[in-house]
Design a protein around this ligand. Sequence first.
Ligand code: 7PJ
Length: 302
Amino acid sequence: MSEVAGRAGTAPWPERPPRRLDLPGGCELDMSARPLVMGILNVTPDSFSDGGQFFSASDAVVQGRRMCAEGADLIDVGGESTRPGSEPVSVEEEKRRVVPVIRELVAEISIPISIDTQKAEVAAAGLDAGARIINDVSALRTDPEMAPLAAQRGVPVVLMHMQGTPKTMQRDPTYEEVVGDVCEWLRQRVRFAVESGIGENRLVVDPGFGFGKTLQHNLELLRRLHELHALGLPVLAGTSRKSMLGRILDVAEGARLYGTLATVACAVLSGAHIVRVHEVGPAVQVVKVCEAIRRGADYRDG
Ligand code: 7PJ
């Protein structure tokens, strides 16, 4: 039986096309060996699910260090909550939260840091502090200076789908056909990014779980995540602790780890290139095991 166990290629899951992302300074992120794990580091008093927990800069740095030790491939630092109904934060306040954390982490760890913001001035400060990727949940729509900034600095951008705005998005999300609509919307944002001078080798697409979507929309996107491969870019999936899990499990945000891991497994088998999670260690294990199942006995990490 052992020769059978070693044979890959008969799995029912879609292939994950190999993708690479060019970082500034001639580095690249390779997503062919296995999907990458992005750790979420929210430096906010009111963020989605770890509200207040990592609000002080030194606590955030400790958490970032821990994520790195647990095997994170990237860390996403954000200073403004985008939870449904949340209020915006000033540029100054957002910079004050994220810049010291990024600066300190960059001095200590070598994995790339992304700055999660919709504001070009905050992104610029984050890049000056050493971040190497922009994660903009508005897909370059909120701030007209964001696309020129990314183009000029030569940094990758995560383009995330959202219907509506964080304040209004969960009121009545409607789609003709959610996967097709999200794909088409992302295709247009990719075109805009490329026309703005951001190379295709510097773009990531993300269906934006929970951003203007019902539970059914989220589940459909997760089941059919591989259809986003048609865009020809790496696909990022962020489901960690989100309310879709609360709807299924009826548990609080802090008790959604197992549910999150089920979505991570599904995302990986559906072809995600990057998973964005709060709990890095458990997600790294899930990613490695899912990848080994897909590939067979020839799987080697790294
Ligand atoms: C996402 C995000 C996501 C990307 C947030 C939270 C909620 N960025 N920022 N994708 N979600 N790219 O931290 O869970 O799904 S905010």
